[in-house]
Ligand binder design. Structure first.
Ligand code: ADP
Ligand code: MG
Ligand code: ZN
Length: 493
């Protein structure tokens, strides 16, 4: 499937897309019991108690931290937090759901009517978010891993009852790119506010896309299909594109689409039918009798709002105001180590923002990859202040860029003080053209043969540049000298 095939369908049809995202919250214990959520890599069925095993008579207790994380998310997406919400039973049978129901929220979610602004190649776009609510995760089924007969399915209840936040958008997304950018921006936001690690490959963030088509220029929505099992942003993009093409061809051929849940097969790059879609009527939602309604104190909401860190959108805007381009601002904001180093170096000195950004996204990112960040958030033995001084020296021309890079490498390697490195680096480079031209004239006067050779077509710029570098004790910017020598020789004809 190529982008062009999707584009061809989209000439006749408009895509209508809504995204549902489930993410595991970073709490220490589960949603309604005290079992630890640190079950990653643990032996199966070792993080369980009567509550998360759904044993009769066991009673749930609400995890305050999980509620707080959803409130924080709600505030970060500018949603409304109601004063009172309630828990509801979502009834269905599946072997990974021992109680026969999931405790969730339905009529009154913890957060409603939010939004998230994203940047796309076609410009800014705001995704309308319907709701964010809290529920519990299911157990995990392990198919064909019984060790004996390979049709055995085992159940690992470690994940059962872990806190899960579901965030649902309005069906106002229209392009594959908007869908992908929304998922990426939401991941960045959840990580920035610390509520979820949101790693897609590890199932901490699960993206489902609802896709339908309608003929361009018409209002009513078409039949939607829900696609799940995408475990990367790229597969989100591919799966939606695939659905747009599949549905477009079906509609062109007069085939009726059915409301269904489909899975994304990353190996075969296609979606396949999993089951007919349940409707909310099938779940027989009703208020959870084992839990009272949840009152959300206004003071609590204010405290959570006050504790929110700088959000990615605000950070990007601040970086742009400091002088970064939109691209650099986004790159630095998207990486926790880069943004920490950028902030530390910017705060420790007066190096220009652009110089700091080039450093943290380039040389420094490489150094950080090679070793761990130190306590100051920068690489090796360096300090934010030392790096700021050296970047400032490069920016002001006190040292050439090349020498400056060497000094930075040494500062990172052994922590030598920036001032000592600069003192040892010798005289400031001559970057003033007038001074360089003076040296060039002197060298040409002393080497009449060179000018004669130039006139007879021999390359002499390299030789003359070398002489100027010698005369200045290596303190000139060699690239600039070469340019000036060439200009000077061209005037000789
Ligand atoms: P369910 O709980 O059955 O999945 P929801 O009403 O919560 O249903 O909707 C799920 C998602 O589907 C939402 O993101 C919504 O915006 C989206 N959606 C609803 N109708 C359509 C449609 N016709 N085409 C595409 N997406 C849709
Ligand atoms: Mg759904
Ligand atoms: Zn438990």
């Amino acid at each position: 499937m190529t982008t062009t095939a999707t584009d061809a369908v989209l000439e006749r049809y408009e895509a209508v897309i809504g995204i549902e995202i489930h993410c595991q919250l970073r709490t220490n214990s589960k949603m309604f019991c005290g079992c630890s959520t640190a079950y990653d890599g643990a032996a199966p069925n070792t993080h369980n108690c009567p509550v998360c095993l759904g044993l009769p008579g066991a009673l749930p207790v609400i995890n305050r931290q999980a509620v707080e994380y959803v409130i924080a998310t709600g505030l970060a997406i500018e949603a409304h937090i109601p004063e009172r919400t309630q828990w509801e039973r979502k009834n269905y049978f599946y072997p990974d759901l021992p109680k026969g129901y999931q405790i969730s929220q339905y009529a009154i979610p913890l957060a409603a009517h939010g939004r998230l602004a994203i940047e796309t190649s076609a410009g800014p776009f705001v995704v309308d978010i319907t709701r964010a609510h809290l529920e519990e995760d299911t157990a995990k089924l392990l198919h064909g891993e019984g060790g004996g007969a390979d049709r055995t399915t085992l159940v690992d209840f470690n994940r059962s009852g872990a806190p899960l936040m579901e965030i649902v958008t309005e069906p106002t997304i229209r392009t594959v790119e908007q869908a992908r950018r929304y998922a990426e921006e939401l991941q960045l936001l959840l990580r920035a506010i610390g509520v979820s690690d949101a790693d897609m490959e590890r199932g901490q963030m699960r993206v489902e896309a609802n896709v339908s088509l309608r003929p361009r220029g018409t209002e009513p929505f078409g039949t939607r299909v829900e696609v799940k099992n995408m475990n990367s942003f790229r597969s989100v993009e591919r799966a939606i594109a695939y659905e747009i093409e599949r549905q477009g061809h079906a509609l062109d051929n007069g085939e009726a689409l059915v409301m269904e849940t489909r899975g994304w097969d990353d190996g075969r790059q296609l979606t396949y039918r999993m089951r007919a879609k349940e409707t909310s009527d099938d779940y027989r939602y009703f208020p959870e009798p084992d839990l009272p309604p949840l009152r959300v104190d206004a003071g609590w909401v204010t405290a959570v709002r006050d504790a929110l860190p700088e959000l990615p959108s605000a950070r990007r805007a601040r970086y742009i105001a400091l002088g970064l381009g939109a691209y650099d601002a986004a790159v630095v904001t998207a990486d926790p180590t880069m943004l920490m180093a950028f902030d530390a170096i910017s705060a420790a000195g007066s190096a220009p923002a652009k110089e700091v950004a080039n450093f943290v996204t380039g040389a420094h990112a490489k150094a950080l990859k090679a070793g761990d960040a130190n306590a100051a958030g920068t690489a090796g033995a360096s300090t934010p202040a030392g790096i700021a001084v050296l970047l400032g020296a490069i920016a002001s021309g006190t040292v050439t860029r090349q020498v400056g890079r060497e000094l930075l490498d040494r500062h990172i390697a052994d922590g030598t003080q920036a001032a000592d490195l600069l003192a040892d680096a010798g005289p400031s480079p001559i970057s003033d053209d007038a001074a360089l031209l003076g040296h060039i004239e002197a060298v040409i006067a002393a080497n009449p043969r060179a000018v004669a050779d130039h006139k007879s077509g021999k390359p002499v710029a390299g030789f003359l540049t070398g002489q100027v570098m010698k005369a200045t004790g290596g303190a000139a910017d060699a690239a600039r000298v070469t340019t000036l020598v060439r200009e000077r020789l061209n005037r000789e004809g």
